[in-house]
Design a binder for this molecule. Structure first.
Ligand code: DAK
Length: 259
């Protein structure tokens, strides 16, 4: 692959979008490679995925503006669907996905970050949905995910209508990211979090993700039943026996097998 680097180390997968000439902007070729890379993730091997950008300046500077400039309505809709389908695949990936945002997260970059479960960023990160200044709406889910992620319709609408950028501290203040680190600490911190997640029972972690995501879109009564089913399903796993046995035996080491 030319634009996507992928490796798995100690059950943590790291996917890097690497197109330095264009600050990792999402061209169609980058999107196609991203799609293939996501499809090829071995969920028996990887327990957590981290997505980051190559270099130390940009996570993803958006969709590729040069490519979009001359699109007609049909092409634009098809391009939007290409991105949306991939981002939805990331959002619904069974394993948790951490965005390690190491610089610009503009337009499609912010939309990619919002498709991840958890967002961590570096102090030089810059966020925004500048599309209205380009004469378009966000096309990879920004109008839908921003209000859901930050939980403030007013702030989301302000960001989407004004089209300005916000720095890392403001992104933290509004709940767009969970933590801000000096650039050199971002990846170690993302890895540390990923390894903590990977050390837990994979079935339980994945069931949590599914319960949260399925439950958030329904009534609290239905959502509670979703949790009951998720909870019950854990009791068919060997890892539930291992986790609870370790507690009873006052044993710190646990050997979760994803079974
Ligand atoms: N697309 C293409 N090239 C980009 C790019 C982008 N989004 N962002 C940066 N580049 C390229 C620049 O053109 C430049 O290339 P050369 O001139 O060197 O060949 C190179 O990356 C370095 O950029 P700069 O020289 O501008 O670097 P600076 O540090 O001065 O500025 C910047 C960095 C990120 C502030 C600036 O590059 C910038 O403003 N970039 C554009 C950011 C942006 O507006 N992003 C949002 C893009 S719109 C839809 C589907 C998707 C979308 C919408 C609709 N449908 C189909 C319905 C999504 C839209 C977007 O994401």
């Amino acid at each position: 692959m030319e634009f996507i680097k992928y490796q798995v180390d100690n059950q943590v997968a790291l996917l890097t979008i690497d197109r330095p000439k264009a600050l990792n902007a999402l061209s169609a070729a980058v999107l196609e490679e991203l799609n293939t890379a996501i499809d090829n993730i071995d969920l028996n091997d990887a327990r957590v995925l981290i997505i980051t950008g190559g270099g130390d300046k940009s996570f993803v500077a958006g969709a590729d503006i040069g490519e979009m400039k001359d699109m007609n309505v049909e092409q634009a809709e098809a391009h939007g669907k290409l991105g949306n389908d991939i981002f939805r695949k990331i959002e619904t990936l069974p394993i948790p996905v951490i965005a390690a945002i190491n610089g610009f997260a503009l337009g499609g970059g912010n939309e990619l970050a919002m498709s991840c479960d958890i967002r961590l960023c570096s102090e030089n990160a810059l966020f925004g949905q500048p599309e209205v200044g380009l004469g378009i709406t966000p096309g990879f889910g920004g109008t839908q995910r921003l209000p859901r992620v930050i939980g403030s319709m007013s702030k989301a609408k302000e960001l989407l209508y004004v089209g300005g950028n916000i720095k890392a501290d403001e992104a933290y203040r509004i709940g767009l990211v969970s933590a801000v680190y000096p650039l050199e600490e971002l990846m170690p911190q993302a890895m540390k979090m990923a390894q903590k997640i990977a050390a837990n029972a994979p079935f339980a972690v994945r069931a949590c993700k599914k319960a949260i995501d399925d439950g958030i879109n329904t009534t609290i009564d239905e959502a509670i039943v979703i949790e009951e089913k998720a909870f019950g399903s854990c009791f068919a796993t060997e890892d539930q026996v291992e986790g609870m046995s370790a507690f009873m035996e006052k044993r710190k080491e646990k050997n979760f097998q994803n079974k």
